[in-house]
Design a protein around this ligand. Structure first.
Ligand code: PLP
Length: 433
């Protein structure tokens, strides 16, 4: 069945793996209506092809270099997603002991894991040292001392790189900007040399590199290149002081298209980075990258059913079965996600706020969206592969959604929908008077 002429098929970030065929939305070779019918909603659907081609784009752009792409698994930490990236040759950027266990469970090689984050516990450090991870990205002097102590107690040396804060404005949302002097992350540029001297003096540590990550959803090249220049200045100073820095970790942060952003392509970001490294005589240095969003963000959608329509004198609401607990970015950052009908209808659009069932006014997925929709329709919330499921919660005692991976004509359930007993599995009945 072809779409009637009058039905406009909306723009959908994530093509060509997400596309329109016969008037409805498909992920690779599977119609989304079939997935919604089979697995129910709310449902996250990911394209394996989109994830693989994003990883391949980084790897192609880095071909011939000594480089490792460490997937920042905070973006989407579902085991099958991690397995996909491990098989594609990626390492992992982790920020907790839980992420470490997930990465190991998914078959990650410990040597290809870097451990970021401002608040690593001793227990997390110990476990990471025991399994032999590749590098700790250390974020403070106090953390250096604790890591040194933990490593010496285990009779080993911890591989460390210091996360330096280049004080560059990534020009992104304040909550995901991390490279400014007032952010909690990293060691201030002007303190970096002293911090490296301290690290090099500690017997439980082995300095293996330098690291920076200036923020997320970055849509222009300039902040990257500014940060790179600042970090290279430091590399030159630190090496002149006799401390070798075998690798340079430039973090993640490349933005994706949610609405009309035109971020640099992976190829142009890596191309410009390598050019600058070569120009400054650092082309031979081992390079690590920690992309998250740009590997998975546009590879996923969240499919949700319209439960009710509610029209009023000032506002119209589409009340859907996915809420802020499933997809927290709009509530948390005011983030925009495109919302499209899975099978667009002909007709005159109404302007709706698309809202969830959670008891919070902040529970919205999209505001002022012109859509032709009615109860029982399925909508797809686009660009939902990153920082959606991994940020989902049980708020309002709502079980987390199911997740499905599509590869060509096949789909696989990679996370079953949670049932009520999953909600209280770790709880204990009242035993006190
Ligand atoms: N590395 C670190 C240290 C991060 O904090 C983050 C996320 O903010 C990333 C990598 C991944 O960033 P993105 O998903 O924007 O690529």
């Amino acid at each position: 069945m072809s779409a009637p002429e009058s039905v406009a098929l909306p723009f959908l970030p994530g093509s060509p793996h997400l596309h329109w065929r016969d008037g409805e939305l498909w992920v690779e070779g599977v119609p989304v209506t079939e997935l919604a019918r089979t697995y129910g909603t709310p449902l996250f659907v990911y394209s394996a092809g989109a994830m693989r081609s994003a990883a391949a784009a980084y790897q192609r752009a880095l071909a011939g270099r000594d480089a490792l792409v460490c997937y920042a698994m905070k973006a989407n930490a579902t085991l099958a997603v991690l397995e996909l990236f491990a098989r594609a040759g990626c390492g992992f950027d982790i920020v907790s002991g839980g992420e470490l266990e997930r990465a190991l469970r998914a078959g990650a090689e410990p040597q290809r894991i870097v451990f970021s984050g401002v608040g690593k516990t001793r227990a997390e450090m110990r476990r990471a040292l025991e399994v032999g991870i590749g590098c700790f990205n250390v974020e403070s002097l106090a953390e250096l001392d604790v890591l040194d102590e933990v490593a010496r107690a285990l009779g080993c040396r911890a591989p460390v790189s210091l996360r330096v804060n280049p004080d560059v404005d990534a020009r992104t949302h304040p909550y995901i900007s991390t490279g400014l002097r007032d952010n909690k992350f990293g060691i201030a540029h002007e303190q970096a040399l002293a911090a490296y001297r301290h690290a090099a003096s500690l017997p439980g540590l082995e300095v293996v590199g330098i690291d920076c990550h200036i923020g997320s959803q970055i849509t222009t090249l300039e902040p990257y290149l500014d940060a790179l220049d600042r970090v290279l200045d430091l590399v030159e100073q630190i090496e002149a002081a006799g401390i070798a820095l075998p690798h340079l970790d430039l973090g993640g942060g490349l933005g994706i298209t949610y609405r009309d952003e035109t971020p640099p392509t992976i190829e142009s970001l890596i191309g410009a980075t390598l050019q600058r490294l070569d120009a400054r005589g650092h082309g031979q240095r081992r390079l690590l990258l920690e992309p998250g969003r740009s590997l998975v963000g546009n590879a996923g959608i969240c499919v949700t059913e319209v439960l009710y329509t509610k029209t009023g004198p000032h506002k119209n609401f589409l009340i859907v079965d996915a809420g802020m607990n499933d997809l927290p970015r709009p509530a948390m950052y005011g983030a925009y996600h495109a919302i499209v009908p899975v099978r667009p209808r002909a007709g005159t659009p109404t302007v709706w706020d698309v809202v969830g069932p959670v008891c919070e006014s902040g529970d919205w997925l999209g505001r002022d969206r012109a859509l032709v929709a009615q109860a029982g329709d399925w909508l797809a919330v686009a660009s939902a592969g990153a920082y959606c499921m991994s940020m989902a919660s049980h708020y309002n005692s709502r079980g987390r959604a199911a997740e499905v991976l599509v590869s060509g004509p096949r789909s696989q359930l990679i996370r079953a929908r949670e049932v009520p007993s999953d909600l209280w599995r770790q709880e204990r009945a009242l035993a006190l008077d």
